[in-house]
Design a protein. Structure first.
Length: 203
């Protein structure tokens, strides 16, 4: 956390640093310093990392195809063209983002839809920093939302002895908490912007 928020490392570098520190902590606590002791840990890490890279790679390929065919952009433009009222427009966009989150990583969703949905949201009077907080929660919710949230299959692979049905039931409370968080942020927008206002000054 010091390296990340102190500006000494990027998020990716911080993840690598955290992995090294976690390995050192495990070695210290359990006394596993020899290559033979570390081998099961490293093999399991390699297996899980390979699985994650395959999932991320396929999702990026899928997002490229959707972007090339203008599927996501066309759907976003269709929602905007409906000329919905202020809050109905926001609800439609958030539902659309949740559905995209079933199949695509958050970065791809932002790159494909932001240029289309941000101008009408700004014209409707929504604070874009506030919307950024909202849409981040919603995109993460899409990653764990049944039936095809990407992270559901990540969890299933990490814990193969746990049935997928149990994984889905296990994440539902968190989906509910995220929905509650979105509702609270809509009712009390200051929750999302007070820190930015305190640091940067009132906008």
């Amino acid at each position: 956390m010091v390296a990340l928020y102190g500006g000494y490392a990027t998020p990716s570098e911080t993840a690598g640093l955290g992995a090294v520190l976690a390995l050192i902590l495990i070695a210290t606590i359990y006394g596993v310093w020899t290559p033979r002791d570390l081998s099961p840990i490293l093999v399991a890490t390699l297996r899980e990392s390979t699985m994650l890279m395959f999932i991320i790679g396929m999702s990026l390929l899928y997002s490229y195809v959707m972007s090339y065919l203008h599927i996501s952009q066309s759907a976003a433009q269709w929602i905007v063209d409906l000329q919905l009222s202020r809050w109905v427009l926001l609800a439609a966009i958030l539902i659309f983002v949740v559905v995209l989150g079933f199949f695509l990583p958050p970065v791809s969703i932002i790159l494909m839809t932001a240029p289309i949905i941000l101008p009408p949201l700004k014209a409707a009077g929504f604070d874009l920093i506030w919307f950024g907080v909202i849409v981040t929660i919603v995109m993460e919710m899409g990653l764990i939302h049944p039936p095809v949230g990407l992270n559901l299959f990540v969890i299933k692979n990490i814990a193969p002895d746990v049935p997928l049905r149990d994984v889905i039931w296990g994440v539902l409370p968190f989906v509910g908490l995220m929905i509650l968080a979105v509702v609270l942020l809509c009712m009390f927008p200051g929750i999302a912007t007070w820190l930015a206002d305190a640091v940067m000054g009132s906008r």
